[in-house]
Design a protein around this ligand. Structure first.
Ligand SMILES: Cc1cc2nc3c(=O)[nH]c(=O)nc-3n(C[C@H](O)[C@H](O)[C@H](O)COP(=O)(O)O)c2cc1C
Length: 482
């Protein structure tokens, strides 16, 4: 069997092997064995260190600086006089942390040069369907799919016609036919071309196909003395439309609402070093706080001792004991919604030691327990400042629904989120939860309904609960509100 001396390989191949083996934490020899095995099995790894197409000879590719791009756009520039505005569009998109890869039609190159486009986009520019450099790995498919959005600006009458009829005889039309990404078109043409029956038919077809259009605007044409609808939208308008498609606005149904949440266990001191606690991790309450904040609410989270970072954008008050928790809850009122997810200790030690209790021959020191304040009942029964929606949690290990229903009546709250915390469920401290939402329907004579949810992550439970709260308080759903 022949042996291979890696030292004697081409420099480029050696560099590639070195990069790839370092990336995969293998020796170079081992990496060669993996490549050969994968070749034989027909499942080569992507050639990552080589996958970026070589830089064009027409333009330099300066190092990218500044913020890391968060989205990417394939920008197709068609052959219209408005192509010059696409140079500004590249800049506007990059300002919005969007990576831009540009494709120029043959006609577009009559209006702007690949050199200018490449210099502005800091990327190589693509012009040919039959380009051996980019087609070695089906580059037109990559340009069609390795992006979050395709923008066509200017979208010429010719490109609209090709798209509407499924043509794919050049790079731009092949990409547009091969993509599964959203497409944004910025048409630009003479008003007579725009109003031509063929263009009208094509535009109507494209809209039926789900393509999004921006413009054209009305105004003066490049052709002397002509005016009407056909001017391409301004670069800033196109960039804003692209951004809306790339980053749709998040609904904020709880904007303007103040939500008070408790989470975690409480620690009830026995002496300065010992305490009574429970196994609550605080994950569920923290997830609710994050979901309410994401829904636009002002959130105050009163948390017992937990190992979790404060959710961003949430005001967190850290406490130890049930009494401190009640104090902070009362200080945080008024609130529109109160969600008491903390596992508050029912009892505390009445005779808390001022010094560390010592082991003595007299045996264990007697611990006298007294009841802690009931935060849920206290707030639910406030004559003034009672939040309009008060939600309690019932962690039960048996007779879940019955116990939760009687808790709802006893405490005077509006909803109870009941969950089974028997050790076998793994809910306490775990990442998943199975809950039942028990609510009193004021419109139906206080009739109690039980809504049982499937097993979900605590984050999903939080999002679902916040969606129910938003619907109940504002009538807005998380999907539709803005
Ligand atoms: C000076 C000049 C300006 C043009 N401007 C436009 C235009 O604004 N919109 C358009 O649809 N076609 C315009 N055309 C015609 C297109 O360039 C032509 O239809 C071309 O085939 C379009 O190719 P493409 O769609 O592959 O880019 C113009 C042609 C010339 C010569």
């Amino acid at each position: 069997m022949a042996s291979l001396t890696i030292r004697k390989l081409d420099d480029a191949v050696k560099t590639y092997l070195r990069l790839r083996s370092a990336k995969n934490h293998r020796s170079v020899e081992e990496e060669v064995r993996v490549i050969l095995r994968e070749l034989i099995e027909g499942r080569e790894e992507p050639l990552t260190p080589f996958s970026a197409p070589p830089a064009p000879s027409t333009a330099s590719t300066p190092q990218r600086t500044g913020a890391v791009p968060e989205a990417s756009v394939t920008l197709i520039i068609g052959g219209g006089i408005a192509a010059y505005k696409s140079l500004d569009l590249i800049r506007r998109l990059k300002e919005r942390r969007v990576e831009v890869r540009c494709v120029l039609t043959k006609a577009a190159q009559q209006f702007v040069t690949p050199l200018a486009v490449s210099a502005l986009s800091h990327e190589r520019v693509y012009t040919d369907l039959f380009d051996p450099q980019s087609e070695f790995d089906a580059g037109h498919i990559r340009l069609a799919r390795d992006c979050d959005l395709i923008v066509v600006a200017p979208a010429t009458a010719d490109l609209l016609a090709k798209m509407a009829n499924g043509h794919a005889d050049d790079l731009a039309s092949a990409i547009l036919l091969a993509t599964n990404r959203k497409i944004l078109l910025a048409p630009a043409m003479n008003p007579l071309m725009w109003n031509n029956a063929a263009t009208r038919r094509n535009v109507a077809q494209l809209q039926r196909d789900g393509v999004v259009l921006i413009g054209p605007n009305s105004g003066e044409m490049a052709e002397a003395g002509e005016a009407g609808v056909g001017r391409m939208s301004e670069a800033i308008e196109i960039a804003t439309a692209a951004e809306r498609l790339l980053r749709p606005p998040v609904p904020k149904p709880l904007a303007g609402k103040r939500v008070l949440i408790t989470a975690g266990p409480t620690h009830e001191p026995i002496d300065p070093v010992r305490y009574i606690a429970n196994r609550s991790s605080g994950k569920q309450g923290f997830a609710i706080a994050a979901a309410a904040q994401a829904a636009g609410a002002e959130v105050i989270l009163v948390s017992g001792p937990v190992d979790l970072g404060d959710p961003p954008g949430v005001t967190v008050r850290h406490v130890e004991s049930a009494r401190q928790m009640l104090e902070q809850v009362q200080a945080a009122l008024p609130a529109d919604i109160a969600i008491f997810a903390a596992a508050v200790a029912d009892w505390r030690v009445a005779n808390e030691g001022e010094q560390k209790l010592k082991k003595t021959s007299a045996g264990m020191p007697p611990l006298q327990l007294v009841e802690n304040p009931d935060i849920l009942a206290t707030i639910s029964k406030l004559p003034e400042k009672r939040p309009p929606l008060v939600i309690g949690f019932a962690a039960e290990t048996e007779h879940l629904i019955d116990n939760a229903k009687s808790k709802l009546a006893r405490k005077g709250c509006d909803w109870i989120v009941a969950n089974d915390v028997s050790p076998a469920t793994g809910v306490m401290g775990g990442d998943r939860n199975t809950v039942h939402l028990i609510s009193k329907n004021a419109a139906k004579n206080g009739e109690i309904t039980v809504d049982s949810w499937p097993v979900m992550t605590k984050e999903q439970v939080a999002i679902e609960l916040v969606a129910h709260v938003a619907k109940s308080v504002t009538g807005k759903s998380l999907e539709s509100a803005s």
